[in-house]
Design a protein around this ligand. Structure first.
Ligand code: TXA
Ligand code: MG
Length: 359
């Protein structure tokens, strides 16, 4: 983008006290501008979902490929009817159970949703976020808000306003600083236009949770395939290398002791070559890397392996912190892939460019 915008940055702590900020942000959206705002998953970069030109500005600001559709965010169920052709019964059940919350549903789109928002598709993704600031902003805008994650395309999603400022300052009209997000991973996406419904992106709402309320649900096979296997994902965004730090990131899986030994050996080699090295580990294992730490490696404890939500919460911040420090080689342990672990490993696998080594 060639023209620099003066980005307004406003903190919102109390919606009653800060209602003027929300009003101002809502006006910007109505007038076709761009506003960064918190949700419970990650920060989003919002524009009027029904205004094709506004949506085009999102793609420009992010450097996002134009075939990658946006999610329309709504603040109450009554906004849905206008956006979709029909609401399948199972979708109604899921909405009743998980909205507002980290679940995005795909429907057949209505005429009012421009293809500029849906990346040319005949379907539209919709979500009702579980965040008061986000819903107040949608109310103030009086329109559904199209919002991808607020990062530059390819970078880890923002989990604090500072990340959005790093990526979007000078590119968008306003950023609402609502503190740290609650979850730290993007919503689960479920395609309701097929039978059985299909998970296109794993997240906090797991397959098991969905099955409990609507029965059979399947995963898009492409989620767990490598790009060279040529399985085309149904969510266009899932085909891109994503969430990636600038450094060379590799992950190691297998027997715990062996993993620690291999990471230690590889990292020690890079340190000897004078490189900046980082290691991602857990509370359970961090002490095992003391020797590496003494050699100058940065050992980052990402969370508790028995509480995967702590890992989800820190994931993108850890990857971004490595970028800030200029870490050249990053070594990570893998995590178990049940429940939330699937979503975590899905993001980490992409961040590592599928560079996962079994030891
Ligand atoms: O938690 C979230 O979902 C966050 C917050 C801001 O709400 N948003 C988010 O948006 O992660 P984004 O644009 O980064 O990811 C949206 C994903 C992309 O992979 C895109 O391809 C997919 O949703 N998607 C959107 N519309 C779709 C559609 N009609 N059919 C299939 N996939 C779709
Ligand atoms: Mg994204």
């Amino acid at each position: 983008m060639d023209t620099k915008i003066e980005t307004i940055i406003e903190k919102v702590e109390d919606l009653n006290k800060d209602s003027a900020v929300i009003e101002k942000a809502g006006r910007i959206i109505r007038e076709g501008g761009l506003v960064g705002f918190p949700t419970e998953t990650v920060y989003g970069l919002g524009a009027d979902a029904l205004n094709e030109e506004a949506a085009a500005k999102i793609y420009a600001a992010k450097g996002r490929p134009s075939d990658n559709p946006l999610i329309a965010h709504i603040s109450n169920i009554s906004m849905l009817d206008n956006l979709v052709q029909e609401v399948p019964e199972k979708a109604k059940v899921l909405m009743g159970r998980f909205w507002p919350g980290p679940m995005t549903l795909i429907f057949k789109k209505s005429e009012v949703v421009p293809k500029g928002t849906t990346g040319g598709l005949e379907t539209v993704a919709v979500r009702m976020p579980d965040n008061d600031i986000a819903r107040a902003l949608i109310d103030a805008s009086r329109t559904p808000i199209a919002a991808p994650s607020g990062n530059l395309s390819g970078k880890p999603s923002p989990t604090i306003a500072e990340h959005m400022i790093d990526d979007m300052y000078g590119r968008i009209d306003m950023i609402i600083d609502g503190g740290m997000v609650g979850m730290g991973l993007e919503s689960t996406i479920v395609d309701m236009t097929c039978e059985p419904p299909m998970i296109l992106r794993p997240g906090f709402i797991t397959k098991e949770m969905l099955r409990e309320v609507i029965g059979e649900v399947e995963y898009d096979k492409a989620i767990f395939a490598k790009p060279d296997e040529n399985v085309r994902p149904k969510a266009p965004g899932m085909k891109y290398r994503h969430y990636a730090p600038s450094g060379d990131f590799s992950m190691y899986e297998g027997d715990e002791e062996k993993v620690v030994a291999v990471i230690t050996q590889k990292a020690a080699q890079k340190l000897k070559e004078g490189k900046k090295v980082g290691v991602i580990t857990t509370y359970q294992h961090c002490d095992l890397y003391k020797p590496l730490e003494q050699m100058g490696a940065e050992i980052i404890t990402i969370g508790d392996e028995n509480k995967l939500e702590t890992i989800a919460n820190n994931l993108y911040k850890v990857l971004r912190d490595f970028d800030k420090k200029g870490t050249e080689f990053i070594y990570g342990e893998t995590f178990r892939e049940d429940d939330l672990g699937k979503a975590i490993m899905n993001r980490l696998t992409k961040a590592a460019g599928y560079n996962i080594i079994s030891v």
